[in-house]
Every structure is written in structure tokens, then in C-alpha cells.
Design a binder for this molecule. Structure first.
Ligand code: WTA
Length: 651
């Protein structure tokens, strides 16, 4: 924990408090801290009643549930006897009143635009759902989704949910190898992809990546290809089939599959402390209840909002807050395909002006990049439609928070810094914008019903002001249910630090007001430019290169990306370090995982510092990477020369 303590010093002195603007509170769903406290007390007094009420309010139930929670630590079952369908909740139940309301406002990177109403979206989903059925997809089958940020990504997810198929979205920036590993682990039968997507004016070759994996994705029978970037589709394998052809003759209606509450909804792979990504499994009802509820509460969602979450559907934020949460609430959600600064630094602000977006939800790394580009870009555009700003993915430094509030929000929009994870399914710690006074850099307070606590490794409460480990000590409806295909890893990763208590992997502290200040990961997971990566994944990619003997990858604080990746590499006998080899290794990591995992710096070393028992001394490497003279105890170092050599080798 020592390293995270130092990083937090700057915000220990943060004393600014911003009460919700009165005009905002007056119109808000939750208007005061009394509202918050009342809900909090209600949830604490009788969690079954509280969550049962929420579940009945948020969802349409085909069959009601009797049991709110069955908790056999660490296994939870929520709303046990109920049956519902998430696509029905996102689409059908709005059709009577919102058939012609835009569900999705889409802008492609090249500038193409589409507005898709709830009526149209529903038709598209039903057609694809029928198409998937015609390919033999049944309830419980896994379907891979490897698409750019186009409306069809949402259509694909909803079509799966409609027929009870389990989707596993793979971020379009991931490589062939990463895709194949995930599809094999999930046992996907069908993959939905596109010929490509647009990014920074170039085409991301999705189909090419899929084709390269066709032979090794052993369970995949068919690949459905959407035409996005090319004039026509070249489909050169009998497994490939055109999306258009699949949906052309399908019926516009498709009876939803009424699934049990605990029926699996999706698998989303995320980085952990070992090399292999974990398939985080979420189930239907609990996830839906909280995605819906938190979208409305945290974003104070109203009927006339134009809501824009900039995340990609390849990440959990895209699942809960681009697709499911907003659509369950009947909102209009903006989807933008491309890079934030293409073709010009004002692309985001242009989108906000054109669509009159009222809510913006993005990542600190993007905010810091915009800060660097200069105020003149947002100043040129009319951002007066905005009424609320959100942040997610990594701790936001007070400076970026203030810039966001003043320059983007014009000083009038509340800022909600939302803490959560792939595993939590939905937002856990966040201000409620009409109620909670905010402090720059703090995610403030847990939502009602969420028991977040800061404990030490023995399970003792850590006094206010001191750093400790963040746990969630009671189950919540949208918690992950397991690691797909590896139930022991679920127990080991999340519930073995303190039995029965969910370990987040994050360090945090609370202040005198009980506000939470997140301090970053305490395991070997890093957030690079808002993307979650395991250092072990990058290490195993590096050692799969024929010239590499050993590799250790650590995070280094970075003004822009939050964390940058630094790789220490030793070479096999007979191979010499060279600038070309550095490039080759970086390229190799891109190929194995994706460009997001490319190390920012590669340093060759004679040997890696290890303890006598052979463990790589990562803390020490972190200090070396950060250019700090190591203050840490190095008496357990196997060979002090190794450290000295690393520190000199600074070219
Ligand atoms: C970090 C993204 C500080 C944290 C939704 C967590 C944050 C990891 C915040 C999960 C925040 C997310 N303040 N840190 N507001 N939000 N994190 O699974 O380290 O991609 O454990 O989910 O991001 O990343 P994931």
C-alpha cells in the first residue's frame, strides 16, 4: 500500500466542497441528503424489502419472485423465482408511449448519422433475434460480439438477451489472439462482427482479425458480418455470412424468452492479477435492476434528456450505461463510433452542440487529454445544453475535475465521479447529483443498499483518513455470480482475502465526512488511459516472444493516461538489446493483446531484481520506473547490482 499512500497526498489537502446547485436540486429525482439518508436507512433496516421494492419498480416481471435473496456466502441468488426478459424491458414496454422517440442517436466517425426510434430498434432486434435462432442459437448458448461502436452493437446485445443467449462482447481494439482466447473460453457458437470500424480516419480490420482466428476458434460455427467500412463484403469462408442476408427475410416479431432471474445474461472478460483474463458472469434480473436504477438516480435521468456515455460497448461501462441502463429507462442514448479528436480536437464538443446533449459521462483520461489540447476547442462550441457531467474508470485528479466542471460544465453542472467495476455491474459509490455535496477527486458516498467498507487485511475497520482496502461487505443485486468456467477463481479472487466479503482490489480511504477517496489498485491490475489491464497479461505476451527470457511490467504514474506501462525485459542468451528489438517487442504485444496494451517504455535489463524466494520485486521496479531513488528496504534483494544496473540503464 505504500505507493498508493504517496499518490493520494495531493488530495488529502483538498478542501473544496460544491453543494448541488439549487436549480438542479429543485428539479432532481433525489433532492437532498435527507432523501439519500432515508433510502440508506430503509435499505439498511430491511434489505429484502428495499431491494424487492426496487426490483418490482424497475422491471416488468412475467413471473413474480417470492425470495429476494438467497445468500450462501459467497454465492448469491436474487429474485429467485422470477422470470423476465431484458430486451422486453428495454424495448417492448416503451412501445406504447415512446415508439417514435429516438432510442439511439448515432454518429459515425466519417460523419454519417442515424436516428433510430424505439419502434425501429425493436424491429431490428427482433429480426436479428430470429436470425440467430435460424442459426441454431438457443437459450444459454454463447454468442461473441466483436463490433465497432455502431447501433448494431446494441442490436446484437439486445437480440441475444431477447432469446436468452449469453453475449460476450470483445472490445474492437483487441487483437486476433485476444479474441480467440475469449471466444474459446466462452465456447461461443456464433460471432457477430463487421468488415471494419472507423478509428482516426483508418479502418480497424475486424473481419480480417476474425478470419485469422477462424481455425482456432474451435466452437464457432458461424460468423455474421455487418458491412460498415467497405463497399461490398468479400466473404471467403463457408462459416461467414452477411448480416443483411441473415435478417432480410426474418419476421419483425420475436416472442421474448422469459428467463429465470439467475439466467446468465453476459460474460465480459476483464483483467485480473494473473495472465488469463477472467470471464465475469452477470445474470439477468439483479444486473438489470441496478443498471436501470443507477442510471436514473446517478444521472438524474428525465424524459427529455439526450444522454451521452462515451464508453465503448467492449467495456462494462458500455454495457450498463450506453445500452442497458438508458434503454431500460426509455432514454435517448448517443453512440459515437470514433476517436475523440478526429478529425479535429473539438469533435466531442461538436457532438454535444449538434445533439444538444444534456448529460456527458466520460473518463478522466479523456478529460486530461482535452485539458492539454486547450480550452479554445470547447469554448468555440455551444455546450449550454449540458446539465450533468459524469466520470468513470480511474481516480480523477482534482485539477481535471475542476476543469471539467468549469470549462465543460460552465460551473453550473454537478459532476458525478462514479466508482464501480466490471464485477459490480453497476455504479456503487457516487454522488446523487441533486443531493450530495461533491468534493473534487472524491466519489463521495456509497449508494443506498451498498455496504462499502475500508478494512485492513485482518478485517479490522481502518480509521478515517487512513488508507486501507476497499471491500463490499454485503451482497448486491448486480454483483458478478462467478468467473465463467472457473468457479474456484471466483472464490479465490474475490472472497478469500476476507471470507464472505467482496474484495475490490482497490485501495481507498474515507475522510471526516465519510466520503470515499479511491487510491488505485492494490493488485497487479493497472488502469491505462481508462482501460483495465493486467500487468501479467502483458508479461505473458512479452515472454511469448522468442528472444525474451523474462519480463516484468509495472505501472508508472502518467499525467495523461493515469498510468503508463513500463516493461523490464531480459533477453535469452545470444540476443542483444537494440532499439529495433524494442519496437518489435512493442509490436508483438499489440499483436498478442491489442494496441492498448503496448508498453510505453521497454527497458532491457541483465536480470530482474528478485527476493531470495525468487519473487520479482515489483515495488522496487515501480520506483525505478517512476525514476524515484528507491527508499524501500532492499535487504531481501538477491543481487543489489541488478538494481544498480537498472537505475543506470536510463537511456
Ligand atoms: C477503477 C470500470 C477511481 C478502479 C467501470 C476499479 C475507479 C477499476 C473509478 C474497474 C473511479 C473505476 N474512481 N477508480 N470513479 N471507476 N475505477 O472493471 O480501480 O474496467 O477497480 O470497470 O477501475 O475497472 P473496470
Amino acid at each position: 500500500m505504500a505507493e498508493t499512500h504517496q499518490e493520494i497526498v495531493s488530495v488529502l489537502t483538498e478542501a473544496r466542497v460544491f453543494p448541488p446547485p439549487q436549480a438542479f436540486s429543485q428539479r432532481a429525482l433525489l433532492k437532498s441528503m435527507e432523501d439519500y439518508q432515508r433510502l440508506w436507512d430503509e435499505a439498511a433496516r430491511n434489505p429484502d424489502k428495499y431491494w424487492g421494492d426496487r426490483a418490482r419498480e424497475e422491471l416488468y416481471w412475467k413471473e413474480p419472485f417470492q425470495t429476494v435473496l438467497e445468500w450462501k456466502p459467497p454465492h448469491a441468488r436474487w429474485f429467485v423465482e422470477g422470470r423476465t426478459n431484458l430486451a422486453y424491458n428495454c424495448l417492448d414496454r416503451h412501445l406504447a408511449t415512446r415508439r417514435d422517440k429516438p432510442a439511439i442517436l448515432f454518429e459515425g466517425e466519417p460523419g454519417d448519422r442515424r436516428s433510430i426510434t424505439y419502434g425501429e430498434l425493436s424491429t431490428q432486434v427482433n429480426r436479428l433475434a430470429n436470425g440467430l435462432k435460424s442459426l441454431g442459437i438457443k437459450k444459454g448458448d454463447r454468442v461473441g460480439i466483436y463490433l465497432p461502436m455502431v447501433p448494431e452493437a446494441a442490436v446484437a446485445m439486445l437480440a441475444c438477451a431477447r432469446i436468452g443467449a449469453v453475449h460476450s462482447v470483445v472490445f474492437g481494439g483487441f487483437s486476433t489472439e485476444a479474441l480467440q482466447e475469449r471466444m474459446n473460453d466462452a465456447g461461443a457458437k456464433v460471432v457477430l462482427t463487421a468488415d471494419g470500424g472507423w478509428r482516426k480516419g483508418a479502418v480497424v480490420p475486424l473481419l480480417k482479425n476474425v478470419e485469422a482466428a477462424l481455425k482456432t476458434m474451435t466452437t464457432v460455427e458461424k460468423v455474421v458480418v455487418l458491412r460498415r467500412t467497405g463497399d461490398s463484403l468479400a466473404l471467403n469462408d463457408s462459416k461467414l455470412l452477411a448480416w443483411d442476408a441473415l435478417v432480410k427475410d426474418q419476421s419483425d416479431t420475436c416472442e421474448p424468452e422469459w428467463v429465470e432471474s439467475e439466467h446468465p445474461l453476459f460474460i465480459l472478460y476483464t483483467s485480473g492479477s494473473t495472465g488469463k483474463p477472467k470471464g465475469v458472469l452477470h445474470t439477468t434480473a439483479g444486473y438489470s435492476v441496478m443498471a436501470s436504477l443507477t442510471t436514473r438516480w446517478v444521472f438524474d435521468l428525465r424524459e427529455d434528456d439526450v444522454y451521452w456515455c462515451t464508453a465503448d460497448v467492449g467495456w462494462v461501462t458500455g454495457h450498463s450505461y450506453v445500452v442497458y441502463g438508458p434503454l431500460m429507462n426509455g432514454a435517448t442514448t448517443v453512440i459515437y463510433e470514433g476517436a475523440p479528436t478526429h478529425p479535429a480536437p473539438d469533435r466531442f464538443w461538436d457532438i454535444i452542440e449538434r445533439y444538444k446533449a444534456t448529460i456527458l459521462y466520460t473518463a478522466p483520461t479523456a478529460i486530461r487529454a482535452f485539458m492539454r489540447l486547450g480550452e479554445e476547442h470547447p469554448r468555440k462550441k455551444d455546450l449550454s445544453s449540458l446539465r450533468l457531467l459524469g466520470s468513470v474508470g480511474e481516480p480523477i485528479n482534482p485539477e481535471a475535475w475542476m476543469w471539467y466542471r468549469e470549462v465543460i460544465g460552465g460551473g453550473r453542472c454537478p459532476v458525478v465521479d462514479t466508482w464501480w467495476q466490471t464485477e459490480t455491474g453497476s455504479i456503487m459509490i457516487s454522488p446523487l447529483p441533486g443531493a450530495t455535496p461533491t468534493k473534487p477527486g472524491s466519489a463521495t458516498l456509497p449508494l443506498p443498499g451498498i455496504h462499502a467498507e475500508i478494512l485492513d487485511r485482518q478485517g479490522n475497520a481502518v480509521p478515517k483518513g487512513q488508507g486501507g482496502l476497499l471491500f463490499v461487505t454485503q451482497p448486491w443485486p448486480s454483483m458478478l455470480r462467478t468467473v465463467y468456467g472457473d468457479p474456484e477463481r471466483y472464490v479465490r479472487t474475490y472472497f478469500s482475502e476476507l471470507p464472505g466479503k467482496y474484495f475490490t482490489g482497490d485501495g481507498a480511504r474515507t475522510d471526516a465526512d465519510g466520503y470515499f477517496w479511491l487510491m488505485g489498485r492494490v493488485d497487479d491490475v493497472v488502469n491505462v488511459a481508462g482501460h483495465r489491464l493486467g500487468t501479467a497479461e502483458v508479461e505473458s505476451a512479452l515472454v511469448s516472444h522468442p528472444r525474451v527470457s523474462e519480463a516484468a511490467v509495472v505501472g508508472r504514474p502518467d499525467d495523461l493516461k493515469g498510468t503508463a506501462l513500463v516493461a523490464f525485459v531480459t533477453l535469452k542468451q545470444g540476443h542483444a538489446p537494440s532499439p529495433e528489438l524494442k519496437k518489435e517487442l512493442a509490436q508483438h504485444v499489440s499483436k498478442e493483446i491489442g494496441a492498448i496494451a503496448r508498453p510505453d517504455e521497454i527497458r532491457f535489463a541483465e536480470a530482474l531484481p528478485k527476493t531470495r524466494s525468487g519473487k520479482i520485486m515489483r515495488r522496487l521496479l515501480r520506483d525505478v520506473a517512476a525514476g524515484k531513488q528507491s527508499s524501500q528496504d532492499t535487504t531481501t534483494l538477491e543481487d543489489l547490482n541488478v538494481l544498480a544496473a537498472l537505475q543506470q540503464n536510463d537511456e
